[in-house]
Design a protein around this ligand. Structure first.
Ligand SMILES: C[S@@+](CC[C@H](N)C(=O)[O-])C[C@H]1O[C@@H](n2cnc3c(N)ncnc32)[C@H](O)[C@@H]1O
Length: 311
C-alpha cells in the first residue's frame, strides 16, 4: 500500500517520522524520499534480520535514517534516547513480513518444514513449540479461539495434548498435518489451508501482538505533533477492531461508559479520522502481491487542541 501510505502520512520536507515496523525498509525509503532533503526517519523492528536488510537498503540516506532493533511498544525509550520529543507521522504496518514468511526456519509458514519458532525476535520470549509443549488444553483452546477465531479450537487443543505425550510437536508440517487430520473436512483440498487460523493464533500469542498494538497506539498518539498523522495497516479483523475503536475514541473524545445515554465527561475530540471506510490495496497491487488482499489501512490526524490530551 505504498501510494496510500504516502497519501495519508503526507511526509513533508524536514519532517520527523517513525516507521515502527521497518521490515526491509520499503515504506521507510519512500518516506525518506518524500521528506528530503533533511527529513528524518526513525525505524524500529524487533527482528534483527529485518533490521540488517533495512540498513543495507537505506544506507544511501546516511544519518537521515536512524534504525534500531526494538519492540514498537517501547518506542518512547528509543525516542528519549535519541532526544526526539515529537513526531510528524507514525507508520505501523503490522504482522509478519514476506521475508519472515518465506524463511522456513523461522517457523511462520505451514507450507514448508521448519522448527515451530514464530518469534519475531528469536532471542525474546518463548517459541511456539514451547507453547504447544507446555500449555494445557484449556489455554491452547483459548489461544486458538481468541486469536484465530478457530471453530474447532477445543478439538485441536485436545488432539495436541493427546499427541505430545507420544511425540513432541516441534515442526510446522507436523502441526499443519495434525490440524488437517483433526478438523472435519481437513483432508479435502481447500482454498484456505485448515491450519491457517491455528498458525495465526500461535503467532499472535507468541509475539504478544494485540497487547503490543494496544500499548503502541497510545504511545504513538502521545508523541504526535498537532497535525501529525498515525497510519496503521492491519491484516486481520482482530487488529483492525482495536485500531478502529482507538480512532473512534480519539474522534469522539468521550470516555463515558457505553451504557450512559448522554455524555457526562465533557471531553473534546482530539483526532480527525481521515479514512471513513477502511482503505484496501488496489487490484494492481493484489495481482502482484496476493498477501495485500487482506491489508486494511486506517489513518487519523491529531487536532491542534488535542496536542497534550490523553485518550
Ligand atoms: C509487514 S512487515 C513491514 C514491512 C515494511 N513496511 C516494509 O516496507 O518493508 C512487519 C514488520 O514488523 C515487525 N514487527 C512486528 N511486530 C513488531 C513489534 N511489536 N515491534 C517491532 N517490530 C515489529 C516484524 O518483525 C516485520 O518485520
Amino acid at each position: 500500500m505504498t501510494k496510500e501510505v504516502l497519501r495519508y502520512l503526507e511526509p513533508h520536507r524536514g519532517g520527523i517520522y517513525l516507521d515502527r515496523t521497518l521490515g526491509g525498509g520499503g515504506h521507510a525509503r519512500l518516506i525518506l524520499e518524500a521528506s528530503s532533503p533533511e527529513g528524518l526517519l526513525i525505524g524500529l523492528d524487533r527482528d534483527a534480520a529485518a533490521l540488517a536488510a533495512a540498513k543495507a537498503n537505506l544506507a544511501d540516506f546516511g544519518e537521515r535514517a536512524i534504525l534500531r532493533q526494538g519492540n514498537f511498544a517501547d518506542m518512547a525509550v528509543h525516542l528519549d534516547h535519541l532526544r526526539i520529543d515529537r513526531l510528524d507521522g507514525v507508520l505501523l504496518d503490522l504482522g509478519v513480513s514476506s521475508y519472515q514468511l518465506d524463511t522456513p526456519e523461522r517457523g511462520f509458514s505451514f507450507r514448508e518444514e521448519g522448527l515451530l519458532d514464530m518469534r519475531m525476535n528469536p532471542s525474546e520470549g518463548v517459541s511456539a513449540a514451547s507453547v504447544l509443549a507446555e500449555a494445557d488444553a484449556g489455554e491452547l483452546q483459548r489461544i486458538f479461539r481468541e486469536y484465530g477465531e478457530e471453530r474447532w479450537a477445543g478439538k485441536i487443543a485436545r488432539m495436541i495434548v493427546a499427541t505430545r505425550d507420544r511425540q513432541p510437536i516441534q515442526t510446522t508440517l507436523q502441526l499443519a498435518d495434525l490440524v488437517s487430520r483433526t478438523v472435519p473436512g481437513g483432508r479435502v483440498p481447500q482454498r484456505i489451508h485448515p491450519a491457517t487460523r491455528v498458525f495465526q493464533a500461535l503467532r499472535i500469542h507468541v509475539n504478544g501482538e494485540l497487547e503490543n498494538l494496544r500499548a503502541g497506539l497510545d504511545a504513538a498518539w502521545q508523541r504526535l505533533n498537532a497535525g501529525g498523522r498515525l497510519v496503521v495497516i492491519s491484516f486481520h479483523s482482530l487488529e483492525d477492531r482495536i485500531v478502529k475503536q482507538f480512532f473512534r475514541a480519539l474522534e469522539t473524545g468521550c470516555i463515558c461508559p457505553p451504557r450512559f445515554a448522554v455524555c457526562v465527561c465533557g471531553q473534546e475530540p482530539v483526532g480527525r479520522v481521515m479514512t471513513r471506510k477502511a482503505v484496501r490495496a488496489d487490484e494492481m497491487e493484489t495481482s502482484h502481491n496476493p498477501r495485500a488482499r487482506s491489508a486494511v489501512l486506517r489513518a487519523v490526524e491529531k487536532l491542534p487542541l488535542g496536542d497534550d490530551q490523553d485518550v
